[in-house]
Design a protein around this ligand. Structure first.
Ligand SMILES: C[S@@+](CC[C@H](N)C(=O)[O-])C[C@H]1O[C@@H](n2cnc3c(N)ncnc32)[C@H](O)[C@@H]1O
Length: 217
């Protein structure tokens, strides 16, 4: 699981200890992901984020969800668990290898019937979807330069009142560092775009690596 270093370590541990924990299947998935993917395992969402995603899907009453960035499946399982039995999640990723792990865990956790994996660049996958308001909930957690396109393509398809959750918006606390390189400048531009977008209401939560909740007006 990724290390987040902008919240005091003892507070972060306390918050995690007072959040409903992952079940055995998610713990096994985290362990297998670490073993199989090495450093890439840091891309997996944090356990408290998984609990929050399930809760957000449940309280929003979403039935049709989209995920950009599936990796080995942790977040997709958490989203699918919040959907009703006839709910659907379109999971977008480019990696056949990593999502083959996800497929196994979708079966194990009993959510495979709710998830459709679409392999390929997510911008193309999203653009191929009907341009109509047919999405209730979305989670963006993939290549950071793509966030703006994913946001626009999903927003165009989101129902009014629908929710988009965006991961990594605080960039391990480097978001305010004017000298930071890597994905920080592009994420800062993205955060500015959302904060000034009159089409939505948003809140940036210092949860995990920064999670922005965006509700379409
Ligand atoms: C941060 S990981 C996702 C972690 C995942 N949400 C989880 O809970 O484990 C990012 C994923 O985005 C995928 N990705 C990168 N570029 C992409 C693109 N252009 N289109 C679709 N997926 C992409 C990568 O293959 C990787 O699996």
């Amino acid at each position: 699981m990724k290390a987040v270093n902008f919240v005091d370590a003892s507070i972060a541990a306390y918050a995690l200890a007072h959040t409903s924990p992952p079940d055995e299947a998610l713990l096994d998935l985290a362990e297998e992901t670490a073993r199989l993917t090495g450093d890439a395992a840091g891309m997996q969402i944090c356990p408290e984020q998984g609990t929050l995603l399930t809760m957000l899907v449940q309280i929003s009453g979403a039935r049709r969800a989209v995920e950009v960035g599936t990796f080995t499946g942790y977040s997709s399982i958490c989203i699918a668990r919040g959907l009703p039995e006839d709910g659907r999640l379109i999971a977008c990723d480019v990696s056949e290898d990593w999502t083959s792990v996800a497929r196994r865990y979708w079966e194990r956790t009993g959510v495979a019937h709710k998830i459709e994996l679409r392999l390929g660049p997510a911008a193309e996958t999203l653009r191929a979807m009907p341009r109509e308001e047919c999405v209730d909930f979305a989670f963006i957690d993939a290549d950071k330069p793509g966030y703006r396109v994913y946001y626009e393509e999903i927003l165009a398809r989101l129902v009014p009142g629908g929710l988009i959750c965006v991961d990594n918006t605080l960039q391990s606390g480097r978001i305010t560092d004017p000298d930071a390189g890597g994905n920080v400048p592009v994420m800062r531009e993205f955060n500015d775009l959302v904060a000034s977008d009159g089409r939505v209401t948003s809140v940036l939560l210092p949860v995990a690596d920064g999670l922005t909740l965006i509700r379409k007006r």
